[in-house]
Design a protein around this ligand. Structure first.
Ligand code: AHR
Length: 654
């Protein structure tokens, strides 16, 4: 092909990059011939209720153990009042989903109540309103229930009252205004007068939730997700899909309908790691499948639920459902499809409509099994697929390749995924930063005719430090960025990718690193988050080739690169990663379409310290800088700083 090159001179100068004199290589980008479309859903999110990501995290409920269903019914609650003035009785009503309630009885008319500690405290803000609700029934003449928000010194910073109770169990709602900021507030409810009251579902939410929804989500945390413009949202995990044992697996049907009827279960991360024990970690299911679908819709992400395949976690009990007893599990998938996509005249479609969403959620993918391995998985998946593919050919059913990115089990599963004609295979890799650098060309040699790859869980695991956030080093993010150029370059094979896990509560985590850290008041984006965001918000529409000396940049001179065309904006989008301690210089040579005059947009993530990380109190140690550069001159020369990720959006002539 005859080359018609147009060169412009652009100087990219970043702090400390002056005087670069290295011998520049030339990155030749063919802007005319596209290699493969990028899936619009390519860069997505993995959500699991681990690290208090749901209860105590994105789910904005401030009361912990609101329905007294934890193993210890008063965990999270402290009795309040003089000794012997009353009693606290936990009564099991035999109601299958929400059996326990509390009978609070004041014998002498003196103050008697309960204080809820929240999730490592309650984060509240001055000037904000909070919605209190409670299910209550008067059993003996109580006149009112005092509701008070207390700061960390137990001073009242907001109050309201609930009264006019009757003998019927009813929901009461009221509002209180908060007068002070506090990260460790608590909620006190106190009986006024002599008598007894039965209470359940004691709840406090900020009025200001994401989209101001009731039973809503923390707006600041959802905003971080929305900012990434994610292509998909995988939920609800992760290992919680499997459970320690089958009994405690995630069951989506228990997570929908009225919140007070959702059956709470233990969170499997409760006891998983002895060194990070969390005895108060349960799943209220307040954030359930309906809310996950709604969240996906809100942030423009394809919903990708993962359901149990008749196996409990193989790291724990390994319990299996017999092969001839899988029907209820398969039915769960079929019913979920009806819940998400079915007509409102169907049983599950009607429930979706009754919950507030008559329109279908248009779900296209469902995962069967999380991180399973061995013949036991393949035998079960086969039975699922025989029925599901026949009944729902419009849905892509995702299979898995186990917990390791290579080895005997991995190879076995991939062979079986091909045999089963699975369309999308979930791969997991939690490995060192070096592994990520060495594997930047991992997908260059993947079979183009087989199933597509869902890089469903990955993160570079660097050394651990003292701060919760300290494992999210710049080194780990840089390595992931280098690796992700390989995902993008192979977008014909890699259809979806997501970092994992998503959220970590700095005061209650079990697993790190995580993409986003938070406490009751703050949300911190890690360097890894910014890398993900740079890729997802600059995905482009089609991959084009970007070669040095005829080869993709997969680590030569410590450089990594990929390039896409954005046909919607008519731009060339180049991603460049320099993992070396020294700056590099790269000439850019465009074959095919010409650069149009105007400006180049640049986003650069950079730090000279590979151990740097963002944390609460110091959230902006590693953050991207944006600049615009006028195109002038004849040549494009990219000067890439040491340890840097650069995204350049270059306007092309149509
Ligand atoms: O992301 C944390 C855990 O890693 C997930 O729950 C599981 O799928 C994997 O082992």
């Amino acid at each position: 092909m005859k080359l018609k090159l147009t060169f412009f001179l652009i100087c990219f100068l970043f702090a400390g990059v002056t005087g670069v004199k290295a011998q520049s290589k030339t990155l030749v980008i063919n802007t005319k011939t596209t290699i493969a479309p990028i899936q619009p859903s390519m860069w997505g999110l993995f959500f699991e209720d681990i690290n208090f990501a749901a209860d105590g995290g994105i789910y904005a409920e401030l009361v912990k153990n609101r329905s007294f269903e934890f193993y210890k019914p008063l965990m999270g609650w402290k009795k309040f009042g003089e000794e012997y003035v009353g009693q606290f009785q936990i009564i099991n009503s035999q109601n299958e989903n929400n059996p326990r309630f509390l009978r609070l009885e004041s014998l002498q008319g003196k103050e008697l109540g309960l204080v809820n500690e929240g999730f490592r405290g309650m984060g509240v803000k001055a000037g904000e309103n909070y919605l209190f609700s409670i299910f209550a029934r008067q059993s003996e003449g109580v006149s009112a229930l005092k509701v008070e928000l207390l700061d960390s010194t137990d001073s009242v910073i907001g109050k309201t009252e609930v009264k006019n109770f009757s003998g019927e169990l009813k929901k009461y709602e009221t509002k209180l205004a908060c007068t002070a900021n506090d990260a460790k507030a608590s909620l006190r409810v106190t009986l006024s007068g002599k008598g007894a009251l039965e209470i359940d579902m004691v709840s406090l939410f900020p009025e200001n939730t994401w989209k101001n929804r009731k039973n809503g989500l923390r707006a600041d945390m959802v905003q971080k997700l929305a900012d990434m413009k994610p292509g998909f949202l995988r939920f609800p995990g992760g290992c919680i899909v499997e459970g320690h044992e089958l009994e405690t697996r995630y069951q989506w049907k228990k997570s929908v309908g009225n919140v007070e009827n959702r059956q709470m279960i233990v969170n499997r991360w409760n006891t998983e790691f002895a060194h990070r024990n969390a005895p108060d970690y349960f799943q209220s299911y307040g954030l359930g499948f309906y809310e996950y679908f709604l969240l996906s819709e809100d942030i423009g992400a394809e919903p990708l639920p993962i359901l149990n395949c008749g196996m409990a976690c193989q790291y724990n009990s390994c319990e299996l459902v017999p092969l001839d007893a899988l029907d209820p599990y398969i039915q769960d998938v079929i019913d979920l499809i009806e819940f998400a996509n079915g007509a409102t005249t169907t049983k599950w479609g009607k429930l979706r409509a009754d919950m507030g969403h008559p329109a279908p959620f248009n779900m296209k993918m469902v995962g069967v099994g999380n991180e399973q391995w061995g013949t036991q998985y393949v035998d079960r998946l086969k039975i699922f697929l025989e029925i599901l593919n026949e009944k729902h050919p419009e849905i892509i059913f995702v299979g898995g390749s186990g917990p390791s990115p290579d080895g005997k089990d991995f190879d076995y599963l991939w062979t079986e995924m091909r045999n089963l004609d699975v369309k999308l295979v979930d791969e997991h890799y939690y490995r060192s930063p070096d592994w990520f650098l060495q594997n930047a060309a991992r997908y260059d040699s993947y079979d183009r005719k087989g199933p597509k790859v869902f890089a469903g869980e990955y993160a570079a695991h660097d050394k651990e430090g003292k701060d919760a956030e300290s494992r999210n080093t710049w080194k780990s993010a840089l390595a992931e960025a280098a690796f992700m150029t390989g995902l993008e370059r192979n977008a014909d094979v890699v259809h979806l990718a997501s970092y994992a896990p998503l959220f970590g509560n700095v005061n209650a985590w079990q697993w790190r690193p995580d993409l986003i850290w938070f406490d009751n008041e703050h949300v911190v984006a890690t360097p890894n988050y910014y890398v993900q965001k740079m890729f997802s918000t600059n995905a482009g529409t089609d991959v084009v080739s970007a070669l040095v000396d005829g080869k993709a940049l997969t680590g030569q001179d410590s450089l990594y690169a990929s390039a896409t065309i954005d046909s919607k904006t008519s731009e060339l989008v180049v991603k460049l990663v320099n993992v070396a301690k020294k700056p590099a210089s790269l000439n850019l040579s465009l074959e095919g379409r010409k650069v149009s005059s105007g400006e180049i947009s640049l986003q650069v993530l950079i730090n000279e310290d590979l151990t740097a990380y963002n944390r609460i109190g110091k959230p902006e140690v590693v953050t991207p800088a944006e600049t615009k550069l006028k195109i002038s001159g004849k040549k494009i020369v990219l000067n890439l700083d040491a340890y840097s990720v650069t995204v350049a959006r270059i306007p092309l002539k149509k």
